[in-house]
Design a protein around this ligand. Sequence first.
Ligand code: ZN
Length: 255
Amino acid sequence: MNKIDIFSILEKLRGKIIDVHAHIGSDQRFLFRLNADNAVKVMDRYGIKKGYFSAIESLLCDYKLGNNYILDAVNKYPDRINGLVSINPYFRDEAIDELKKYILEYGFRGVKFHPNYFYIEPSHDLSSTVWEIMIELNVVLMNHTYDGGVEVYKIAKKFPELTIIAYHMGGNLWKEAIDKLYELDNVYFEPSSSITDPCMIEYALKKVSVERILFGSDIPFNDPAVSIGKILDSTLSFNDYEKIFYKNAEKLFSD
Ligand SMILES: [Zn+2]
């Protein structure tokens, strides 16, 4: 087996890495809090240039409250924190107004959707209304895939113009998610989670091109080291590491 020097790879990537899955906020279930100041310190430690953030409050408490929290963070760290607006389609017109306001007025870069906490399926009619507007606005959807990609498959097929990042790449159902979603070109894979089976990325690359894999940390639910290790655990060319750690995200978000 080829040996790779992970420290020299990380040194070369320092200051370039883009994290497409990050959070700030509070979570009393795990007794943690992460504010923007400390998130930036974590990013500095790992050489992460910028992250795409949504708020934990949006998921657990009130999506609008969390969006406002992210707006403050974006204003404080415009070069480090890009905003993702959390949208719960259950709130109908209010949710659509929130989407338009944050994308068009505040320059947020994508939409975060969490089916488990928002209690509505991505394939629900109310959700479809939001996806249609997102296509018009040319905005990327970040959707969790702990169901093994079943729901993302439905909407990616129904809305081929909607670009979707499959957050967690299926979690513990990662093989199922890859096998289900690889044929849909509008789906990207972000493999953060506490599941660290060996060579997950190598498995994904048997089915999808390296251009469709993105680095995400899911801080503060995981330390960035977990996702970094998961990617470096698969032996790839430096060129491919560069694509996964930042070049693919730069291209996707025109950043
Ligand atoms: Zn998340």
